[in-house]
Design a protein around this ligand. Structure first.
Ligand SMILES: [Mn+2]
Length: 386
């Protein structure tokens, strides 16, 4: 059986990064529904992230999105975050919300636009220098809608060239996380559609480039835990963007649609001894109709529960069953762990850490929600495109 002391220690040390944009308004392609109390500034988003950390104890960093979180003084923003008990995490670039990017950003046929997009990536590294961030997260909306619209192979060359410029700008302790997505907004061909493409570019770039797996960015039925196992073995898994996928990239609460998949992913992480800081465990979610802060707290808890179950897998028994070719026994070992109710264990760990055993209830009791609704009257709420 797994050593419970080690399981508890691993859970205590687990860290989950929350995204600034999840605290802001978001929506579907049809409508963005505003909510009272939504942040208007990067500082207010950071305050919400600090609140999630205050109730969960495991979310001490917040990812920023540039230009959504653009400020004049990033060092001051970092200090603001630190004063609230959190740090700034990954810097996410945005080369998808400018008129110039209609035909692509770093893969655009126009060299002027490619230059502009590449400059944005390089500028993001300068922001990382000021915030002390390790990770530059890149997702490209680039792709084409029609056969013949542009040359698929040339676009790969342009992508590689831009990545090289950004990579060469990285400091010794900084990394590129290259995210992939099967489709959308391009629907015929996407320039980084899958983990293989991301992996190949990362290999070409070097040790400081690794793949980011966004759990929502795959075809239905994709075995994501296989991708996790493969990339870990190759030393090329750098990060997760966790969310739930119901039919496409709809970015809902991690572990909501398929908690068993999240468990299988976390089992491969445990199997690969990769729970530590080498992998950035981030959320990439939007909360369009539900209250945002409690939804993020719930997502953090869902990841903790999946991790606890993964840690409880009896790996000796599993190995034995696998070696003996006992298919049913091997499967039963995994299922035993998955079917364990780990909520009491996590509640105990929270109480040990001086936290409320039920972070969502504690949040609702705290009055924070009422406070932000009262305080954040007037001004423009942050959100997509803002
Ligand atoms: Mn993502």
């Amino acid at each position: 059986m797994p050593d419970l002391t080690a399981v508890k220690q691993a859970l205590r040390e687990q860290r989950i990064e929350t995204p600034s944009w999840a605290y802001a308004n978001s929506g579907t392609r049809f409508k963005v529904f505003g909510q009272p109390g939504v942040p208007r500034t990067p500082e207010e988003k950071i305050a919400d992230a600090a609140t999630v950390h205050r109730f969960t104890g495991v979310a001490p960093t917040v990812a920023l999105h540039i230009p959504w979180d653009r400020v004049d003084d990033y060092a001051a923003l970092s200090k603001y975050a630190r004063d609230l008990g959190v740090e700034i995490g990954a810097i996410n670039t945005n080369v998808f919300q400018d008129e110039d990017y209609k035909l692509g950003s770093v893969t655009n046929p126009d060299p002027r636009i490619r230059r502009k997009a590449t400059d944005h990536l390089v500028d993001a590294v300068s922001i990382m220098d000021e915030t002390g961030s390790r990770d530059l997260k890149l997702w490209f909306s680039d792709g084409i809608n029609y056969p013949g619209q542009d040359d698929l192979r040339d676009r790969q060359d342009r992508l590689a060239a831009a990545l090289r410029v950004a990579y060469d700008r990285l400091g010794p302790d900084q990394r590129i996380l290259l995210e992939y997505k099967l489709f959308e907004p391009a629907f015929y061909a996407t320039d980084v559609p899958d983990w293989g493409t991301s992996y190949a570019h990362c290999l070409e770039l070097g040790d400081k480039a690794t793949v980011c797996i966004d759990t929502g960015h795959h075809a239905p039925g994709t075995n994501i835990e296989f991708i996790v196992a493969f990339l870990l073995r190759a030393g090329k898994l750098g990060a997760f963007d966790f969310n739930s996928r119901f039919y496409a990239d709809d970015d809902l609460m991690a572990g909501a649609a398929d908690p068993f998949q999240l468990f299988r992913i976390m089992y491969e992480i445990v199997r690969g001894d990769a729970l530590g800081p080498g992998i950035a465990f981030m959320l990439d979610q939007c909360h369009n109709i539900e209250a945002k802060i409690p939804a993020i707290i719930r997502s953090v808890m869902n990841i903790q529960e999946a991790t606890a179950k993964a840690l409880l897998v009896d790996r000796d028994a599993l190995r034995t069953a696998q070696r003996e070719g006992d298919v049913l026994a091997a499967n039963a070992v995994l299922m035993d762990a998955y079917n364990t109710d780990v909520r009491p264990l996590l509640a105990e760990l929270r109480e040990d850490a001086g936290l409320d055993p039920d972070p969502v209830a504690a949040y609702h009791r705290s009055g924070y929600q009422q406070q932000i609704v009262a305080d954040r009257a007037g001004g423009a709420q942050a959100g997509w495109g803002a």
